[in-house]
Design a protein around this ligand. Structure first.
Ligand SMILES: Cc1cc2nc3c(=O)[nH]c(=O)nc-3n(C[C@H](O)[C@H](O)[C@H](O)COP(=O)(O)O)c2cc1C
Length: 192
């Protein structure tokens, strides 16, 4: 099973780097597999530590993918790093081993510390729609334009029916970024 979270790693200057990323659990290990190249990958290799943020704030996911990376942070307790100030829970990880791969190495981590901060409020369709649209945004270079437009038209229904202000902002950031891509035009999908 793959979960999606916001991973925080430590930049060389000591600041936090947040990226939405999938993770899975294997026995006692948390496994993260960043594609080559990425800042997260560089930071993981250098620091051997990471933080998983379990946040329901999808604006942070949309923001990280659209150049808005400055989110409030709090220092971590057991590994060097930062967690999101608003996260519902977080898990601090130290690297145990890495399975090398030319395109997508897998990093296996031990949990050093885990903490709940706020309760899970339930599923929200608009949040799920933003996550799906965020995935589309990261794949624009190889997805057909018709598929992206059709998926945006479908995901928009959940936004219109169930979004709050945070989800609407996140949706706008993502669809604006898709619209700026030269191979994609979702204006018709958005206007229906
Ligand atoms: C929900 C979601 C899950 C993602 N999962 C992964 C992943 O498992 N591995 C990966 O390399 N990129 C993943 N991405 C894409 C990265 O977030 C994106 O490419 C990022 O800009 C690259 O990481 P960097 O900021 O560390 O350079 C995911 C994006 C989204 C929206």
């Amino acid at each position: 099973m793959i979960y999606e979270a916001l991973i925080s790693t430590l930049n060389p200057d000591g600041s936090a780097h947040f990226s939405p990323m999938g993770y899975r659990v294997e026995g006692d290990s948390t496994v993260i597999a960043p594609f080559v190249p990425s800042t997260t990958l560089d930071n993981l290799r250098r620091e051997g530590a990471a933080v998983l943020n379990f946040s329901d704030d999808v604006a942070i996911i949309a923001g990280c993918l659209t150049g808005r990376r400055d989110w409030p942070t709090i220092a971590t307790q057991a590994v060097p790093g930062w967690r999101l100030a608003t996260t519902l829970a977080h898990r601090e990880l130290s690297l145990v081993r890495c399975e090398a791969d030319e395109t997508r190495p897998a990093f296996f981590f031990a949990t050093e510390f885990e903490q709940m901060h706020a309760p899970f409020k339930g599923f929200n369709r608009a949040q799920a729609a933003v996550v799906e649209a965020a995935i589309l945004l990261t794949r624009l270079d190889w997805l057909p334009a018709e598929k992206v437009a059709a998926e945006i038209a479908y995901l928009k229904i959940a936004i219109h029916k169930t979004a709050g202000p945070v989800e609407s902002t996140a949706w706008d950031w993502i669809t604006e970024a898709i619209q700026m891509h030269p191979a994609h035009d979702v204006s018709a999908a958005l206007s229906v």
